[in-house]
Design a protein around this ligand. Structure first.
Ligand code: GDP
Ligand code: IMO
Ligand code: MG
Length: 423
């Protein structure tokens, strides 16, 4: 049995959490493969809203096992808060939530280093979520990191202390003032470690290999989006992990020939939170309307998300890098009432028209060229079948399918689990 992947194709926040939750009833295992608490995945059902950061979005389903893979970075303090928020559901975490021994830990000083690095960059800052993601992945690739499996060793506190001491010296290199109370941070951290140690740590690559042999169904859940990928995103305004399909192989220990369908999620328009280039960004009433109707505020930081038209050049790039086999279009409902819609179908790059995603997409290099579409007035939020969708929306979707050469299989028309239309 193959492992299916679900990934964001834009700058994150496409609605991955919602769709993983919708699809979980078809799967035995949901596995997060990268990122950490920089992610905020929102699920809405039965009138309740949940935001998950590290815990996979299949956690509310009775049957599914949820796995935090080796490619994920875990902040025990945030993880503990997530567990606390799930307390009313009486979930059996010991058997339903498994953690890879090879996942790396975010230490309190990783967060301080993230803050110091961002402050020192001034206007050139990445707009990081300040969750310590960059410094933790740096320690991982620098071969200095601390892993979940280390917590089973007698000398784990020594490992922690050595790394923390190194970080405290590194903090002195930054010419910025960062206020912190290490005692308070460490008390919170060590208390959270106690909670984490009550969960089940596993060799997840072996677990998944056995699950594949036993023909279990597995869905790998991505975080962030392809345009935030450390290699293929808008570097340096990216995150520090591989958010694209290849990241599922390294982040779970699943071989490429075990990957089946790749579900690519995108919003019917585009958003971005944090710094970095965004060719189709809007600063006018249309952009304000998207932000307002779409309630575009970050699920992790609460920051307002920048909004703009759909960028099909970027979408096609993401589809190709990931080998997307099926598309899912989110938030179509937000575009109801726009008289005219636009989608970017080429760029003018250094004076020439191009249809591929170039090395630099900064404003001075790239101008988007648009194709216009007629909008629709109908409210989509209570529609439940593809046939009833307005003609203009169907035309918009058909155009997208032709442009990127992949079918749109799901159209989401609201944040609730139920507001999901299969095509
Ligand atoms: P993720 O990070 O990809 O899981 O996405 P987020 O949860 O950060 O952001 C998506 C936001 O859009 C959340 O507030 C969702 O509740 C909401 N959402 C998801 N799908 C839809 C949709 O089809 N329509 C509307 N209006 N909101 C949606
Ligand atoms: P989900 O999984 C949107 C952005 C940050 C910043 C850049 C680097 O909810 O889609 P980092 O904290 O990783 O060092 O920040 O990446 N970013 C996200 N934007 N959705 C996310 O996750 C994001 N995770 C990180 O805003 O620009
Ligand atoms: Mg999010």
């Amino acid at each position: 049995m193959a492992v299916n992947l679900l990934l964001g194709l834009q700058w994150g926040d496409e609605g991955k959490g919602k769709i993983v939750d919708v699809l979980t009833s078809n799967y035995d295992i949901i596995a997060r493969f990268q990122g950490g608490p920089n992610a905020g995945h929102t699920l809405i059902f039965d009138g309740r809203k949940h935001v998950l950061h590290t815990i996979p979005s299949g956690i509310f389903h009775e049957k599914a096992v949820n796995l935090v893979g080796n490619g994920v970075v875990i902040d025990p303090v945030i993880f503990r808060k997530e567990l606390d928020n799930l307390a009313p559901y009486n979930l059996d975490f010991k058997s339903k939530l498994l953690i890879s021994r090879k996942a790396h830990l975010i230490l309190p000083t990783h967060r301080l280093l993230d803050a110091a690095s961002e402050t020192s960059k001034g206007k050139a800052k990445i707009g990081s979520t300040l969750k310590g993601i960059g410094p933790t992945y740096m320690d991982k690739t620098g071969r200095n990191g601390m892993r979940v499996g280390d917590l089973e060793l007698d000398n784990w506190k020594e490992i922690y202390q050595n790394l923390t001491n190194k970080h405290l010296k590194m903090l002195e290199f930054f010419d910025v003032e960062i206020q912190f109370d290490l005692y308070e941070l460490e008390t919170e951290f060590f208390n959270a470690i106690k909670v984490l140690k009550e969960l089940t740590f596993i060799d997840s690559e072996e677990y998944l290999s056995n699950a594949i042999k036993a023909k279990k169904t597995i869905l790998a859940e991505g975080a962030q989006g392809s345009l935030l990928d450390v290699d293929f995103g808008t570097y340096p305004f990216v995150t520090s992990s591989t958010t694209t399909a290849a990241g599922a192989c390294t982040g779970l220990g699943v071989a490429p020939n075990k990957i089946g369908d790749v579900f690519g999620i995108f919003k019917a328009y585009t958003t971005r939170v944090g710094s970095g280039p965004f060719p189709t960004e809007l600063f006018d009433e249309d952009g304000k309307q998207m932000a307002k109707i779409g309630n575009e505020f970050g699920a992790t930081t609460g920051r307002p998300r920048r909004c703009g038209w759909l960028d099909l050049v970027a979408l096609k790039y993401a589809v190709e890098i990931n080998g997307v086999t099926q598309l899912m279009m989110m938030k179509g409902d937000v575009l109801s009432g726009f008289k005219t819609l636009k989608a970017c179908t080429s760029y003018t790059y250094k004076g020439k028209e191009i249809t591929h995603f170039p090395y630099n997409i900064e404003e001075h290099n790239v101008t988007p060229n648009y194709t216009e579409f007629k909008g629709w007035k109908e409210d989509l939020t209570s529609m439940s079948s593809a046939e009833t969708l307005p003609k203009e929306l169907k035309e918009y979707i058909n155009f997208i399918e032709d442009f990127v050469e992949v079918p749109v299989k799901i159209v989401s028309v609201g944040p609730d689990r139920k507001q999901t239309i299969m095509r």
